[in-house]
Write a protein that binds this ligand. Structure first.
Ligand SMILES: C[S@@+](CC[C@H](N)C(=O)[O-])C[C@H]1O[C@@H](n2cnc3c(N)ncnc32)[C@H](O)[C@@H]1O
Length: 265
């Protein structure tokens, strides 16, 4: 199982990748339903539909189209639209883009970890299983989000219902070993002033040498290559241990370029 030649991949701004749906299927899904104004739902993608991954190579942004080999259900969280009474607006989802753009932090987090923004709990649900993570303190302002996820959280996790900007101030300097903030619904790609402010707030409360980062929504290119090589586990790794990784990478404009990454089941 090898990484395809990265320079070949880089040569096109759009490329396609077929993923093994079994790796991305939550064996213990959150379920459907509403909590207050939130609606937890699923969007189906059959093998003809795709999802986008936003990639970052240096300062250059690219996109990849991700397909699944079987129909998959992606969890999404929607709120009533402000534009029309009958519309719902998706504010969170759990696509490969979300998972891979969180991965650089997930890989580095250890000890007592501060998380700003619980969301669908994907980072927290993963980190709470990590033996190197001893404790998780989560700041989430929406009590409905907390209600939605709290049954899935273990004893390592403390949730503070409140505003990140206010709550983070209450912690003394160097309280945590690692910190991560994801309180945005949009992919930014670059550090906005708000990202800088969030990272500065995290740096203060993180011990020297610890990681303090804010989510921007893009997947660093080396993370993408690690993913193609199979070294990034499934977000639902424990129960999907036997699912094989990525099946096939196809370049858009040259049908002959079938870059085999690993064989699927
Ligand atoms: C995109 S989601 C986070 C997804 C999360 N990274 C995960 O692992 O599923 C953003 C979350 O941040 C919360 N949020 C937004 N602004 C906030 C703030 N100022 N303080 C605390 N939480 C906030 C939202 O309610 C939402 O639950």
């Amino acid at each position: 199982m090898g990484i395809p030649n990265a320079s070949v991949v880089e040569a096109r701004s759009t490329f396609w990748l077929t993923l093994n749906a079994a790796q991305w299927t939550d064996p213990d899904p959150l379920g459907e339903g509403t909590v207050g104004p939130l609606r937890l739902d699923y969007r189906e993608r059959d093998p003809s539909g795709w999802l986008v991954v936003h990639l970052l190579l240096g300062r250059r942004q690219m996109t990849a189209r991700v397909f699944f080999d079987r129909t998959i259900r992606i969890p999404v969280l929607a709120v009533p639209s402000t534009a029309h009474w009958s519309w719902w607006e998706i504010v969170m989802s759990f696509t490969p883009n979300e998972w891979l753009s969180h991965w650089p932090f997930v890989r580095q987090a250890e000890g007592h970890v501060l998380i700003g923004g619980l969301g669908l709990g994907m980072v927290v649900r993963y980190l709470q299983e990590e033996p190197t993570v001893t404790r998780l303190t989560v700041i989430e302002r929406d009590p409905h989000v907390v209600r939605l996820i709290r049954d899935r959280l273990n004893a390592k996790v403390d949730v503070i219902v409140g505003d990140f900007w206010e709550e983070v101030r209450r912690f003394p300097d160097a309280t945590f070993d690692s910190a991560w903030v994801d309180i945005w619904n949009e992919v930014h790609g670059t550090r906005t002033p708000e990202h800088r402010k969030a990272e500065a707030a995290c740096r203060r409360v993180v011990k020297k040498g610890g990681v303090a980062k804010a989510w921007m929504g893009v997947v660093p290119f080396d993370t993408w290559c690690d993913f193609l090589s199979g070294s990034i586990p499934s977000p639902y790794r424990e129960r999907n241990r036997n699912a094989r990784p990525t099946t096939l990478l196809r370049r858009r404009r040259s049908g002959q370029a079938r870059l085999a990454v690993a064989s699927g089941d």
